[in-house]
Design a binder for this molecule. Structure first.
Ligand code: 3HC
Length: 293
């Protein structure tokens, strides 16, 4: 019988972490949401406010529930606040060392029964698990962007994840209104392993000037019925995140499909990170919309 988790935490309030905190709060859970600085906490909060406003505007959230959702999230810079959590999801940037440090800190702060979940999209959950003294309680919970909208969570169990932890997390996904797929620990899991070869190929077609960004995106939207084209999706995911994911998958698979197109690294170095910095393959928020190459 799965435990019903009610007190949860999220560490890292970037695009994914803020979205995950919102998903939890919208499902009625009590959330402690942690970032390193007051400014980052504020940005995370604004992200949730904007997204819940949008949900109200689209008729997905009752205006009366909006304030209740926000009131269920305690935004803080204090990791100690997570001492009450039954499950914590870390959603800090996609670097093994950083995620390992965060999980080791959570291991010190949280009671021994607390489940530590990572939202990693490509790193080894097993390697992250052994950064803690409780590898059996560590699991992958990979949400998709935008987290409040996308219906899937990839639940990643390692060879040492306790079966009760898997069933608690699967039951939680159902309460969040998500469909879960439970899989083993392999770079990119299911979705990113399939998606990123395609995205990388699209970047290389653009880089080689085979097709314009608009034509590439229109082809996949209108020809294949996808909600957005590959370059618009790269901007949504974030060019830096996409780069880290490709590098990790390439290191594991040596599949040339995952060798990042040089343009991705160049854009990352130049700070063209997509929507989050206002410019990627496209420009956002009224800035000029010149192509990047
Ligand atoms: N809360 C709740 N629902 C929302 C919402 C919000 N904040 N924002 C939008 N929605 C709902 C809308 O109501 C609408 O629902 P409906 O179809 O039932 O009417 C639906 O989402 C689509 O909304 P819109 O048509 O208004 O489109 P938007 O422009 O707002 O958003 C999009 C579009 C949801 C981003 C859509 O283009 C899409 O699905 N794109 C593909 C995203 C994708 O592929 N994500 C996965 C990336 S890979 C990943 O995340 C893995 C990681 O490891 C990198």
């Amino acid at each position: 019988m799965a435990r019903e988790l009610t007190e949860v935490g999220v560490v890292g309030l970037g695009t994914m972490g803020a979205g995950i905190a919102e998903v939890f709060a919208r499902a009625g859970l009590s959330v402690t949401a942690v970032e390193v600085t007051d400014e980052a906490v504020q940005r995370g909060r604004e992200h949730v406010v904007t997204s819940t406003d949008k949900a109200v505007a689209r008729g997905k959230l009752d205006p009366a529930d909006r304030d209740a959702v926000l009131s269920r999230i305690r935004f803080t810079t204090a990791m100690d606040g997570l001492a009450v959590a039954e499950l914590v999801v870390e959603a800090v940037p996609e670097r093994l060392e950083l995620k390992g440090q965060v999980l080791a800190t959570l291991d010190r702060v949280c009671p021994p029964e607390t489940i530590l979940a990572t939202n990693t999209s490509s790193l080894s959950v097993t390697e992250l698990a052994v950064a803690t003294g409780r590898p059996g309680k560590v699991i992958g919970m990979h949400f998709f962007n935008p987290a409040p909208v996308m219906k899937l969570v990839e639940v990643v169990r390692t060879v040492v994840t306790e079966p009760s932890v898997v069933s608690d997390v699967e039951a939680l996904c159902a309460r969040l209104g998500k469909t879960d797929v439970t899989i083993g620990d392999r770079a990119g899991f299911i979705a990113n392993a399939l998606l990123f070869g395609y995205l990388n190929h699209a970047v290389s077609m653009f880089e080689n000037r085979y097709a314009s960004r608009e034509d590439l995106d229109a082809a996949m939207r209108l020809g294949c019925g996808l909600p957005m084209g590959p370059l618009a999706l790269m901007d949504l995911i974030g060019i830096d995140t996409a780069y880290e994911i490709l590098v990790t998958m390439y290191q594991q698979s040596r599949n040339r499909l995952h060798a990042p197109s040089p343009l991705i690294k160049q854009m990352m170095t130049a700070g063209l990170l997509g929507r989050k910095t206002g410019r990627g393959f496209y420009s956002y928020a009224g800035r000029d919309s010149a192509e990047v190459v």
